[in-house]
Design a protein. Structure first.
Length: 374
């Protein structure tokens, strides 16, 4: 087995894996499960400094994004899709699928969304039911200031859907004016893949509960959870083992007092090593502390780098996809991956792979990282 250093799925800590081997109650019948679920959701509210309710849905991160759009969108609704990355643009499809009219706000994929420019745009056109924006667009590693963006949108009465699947638990975030916050289990939380968690504001609930037309989905309909706690009833069987694992991962996060500081320190040192060695970071502004993305040097293929790292050094990093396929390599240093020793090993292996492929580095990657961090 190789060391997984991808930006999701990430490594899963032993106590999280172990929590899946015990026998568990029947989640449909045993009310104690409903209490456990409710308590776990409350921990999410606490973590994101909000009174808003969270739900845990059986399905990966993508389900959360789809559920947000399915639940809010009615036929003909104008939706502002903030697009400075692949996931950012991806929201267009979900909005369309549920009959909405997506309006793309497309800006540079190498830079964080400029909130002042967005404000200028909104001055001219703000007739949107909601907007979508990605916190960390994982294929490029861009970090957007979703707190300021949702504050701004809210001044215009526009609701905000945020995809923070690959940023949360690595970059700090308060839910604030965000209306639907989408999270995933397999990124910085380092639980097994399979769950999405969504935080829903009262305003978003009001909109969902008072639609003119029914929500065109059952599985992606967030309003089916409306009275789950009072009724002790879930719309479908909850994946009880996965949710216990998620809870252990969340307990780990609550016990981890310097989680954000560590993510920032490690990410900064990785970026410094990359830049000092003469490699080029993909992103020019807005760096997520969960993933580092750099350009594949001229004359080398990303597949060759990946393969040498995997076959010779047993370390798995990631390429990218869509418009970024073949152009960059991504190191996921989030959650369980975010520790000095794994990141050091990864950078050493990367340095060896690049050297083997004929790339001249100005300084050793691993050593530079270590010097920076100690
Ligand atoms: C991983 C990820 C998702 C969810 O993808 P899944 O494959 O369903 O886990 C959504 N948005 C972003 C930004 C992601 O990185």
């Amino acid at each position: 087995m190789y060391k997984v250093m991808t930006p999701g799925p990430t490594q899963v800590k032993e106590n999280v894996r172990m929590s899946m081997v015990f026998e568990r109650e029947n989640p449909d019948i045993d009310e104690s499960f409903c209490e456990f679920y409710h308590e776990t959701c409350s921990m999410l509210s606490k973590f994101f400094n909000t009174e808003n309710e969270f739900y845990i849905l059986g399905g990966e991160g993508i389900l959360g994004l789809e559920a947000a759009c399915a639940s809010l969108t009615e036929s003909g609704d104008r939706v502002l899709v903030i697009d400075n990355g692949i996931y950012g643009k991806g929201f267009e499809d979900f909005v369309k699928m549920y009959g909405g009219n997506p309006v793309l706000y497309t800006v540079d994929y190498k830079n964080t969304v400029d909130v002042k420019r967005l404000k200028e745009y909104l001055e001219k056109d703000h007739d949107f039911k909601y907007a979508t924006v990605v916190h960390c667009d994982t294929p490029s590693g861009i970090l957007n200031d979703v707190e300021s963006i949702s504050d701004l949108l809210s001044e215009y009465g526009i609701m905000t859907v945020v995809d923070s699947v690959s940023a949360s638990f690595g970059n700090p975030l308060s839910m604030g004016n965000i209306d639907i916050l989408c999270l995933g289990s397999q990124k910085a939380l380092s639980a097994p893949p399979g769950l999405t968690m969504v935080g829903v504001s009262d305003r978003a609930k009001e909109v969902m509960y008072n639609r003119k037309t029914p929500i065109a989905s059952f599985y992606a309909n967030l309003s089916t959870f409306r009275t789950y706690y009072e009724d002790k009833w879930f719309p479908y069987t909850m994946p009880v083992y996965d949710i216990y694992a998620l809870r252990t991962a969340l307990d780990n996060v609550f016990d981890d007092k310097d989680i954000f500081e560590r993510h920032h320190r490690i990410a900064s040192a990785v970026r410094k090593a990359i830049v000092d060695s003469g490699l080029t970071l993909y992103t020019e502004s807005g760096f997520s502390d969960t993933v580092t993305v750099f350009d594949v040097p001229e004359g080398i293929s990303s597949a060759d780098i990946m393969n040498i790292m995997k076959d010779k050094y047993n370390i798995l990093v990631a390429e990218s996809f869509d418009v970024m396929a073949g152009k960059v390599i991504r190191i996921g240093h989030m959650g369980e991956n975010c520790n000095m020793s794994d990141v050091f090993d990864t950078l050493n292996a990367l340095e060896n792979a690049l050297t083997e492929l004929g790339c001249d580095l100005k300084c050793p990657l691993g050593e530079t990282f270590m010097k920076e961090i100690l």
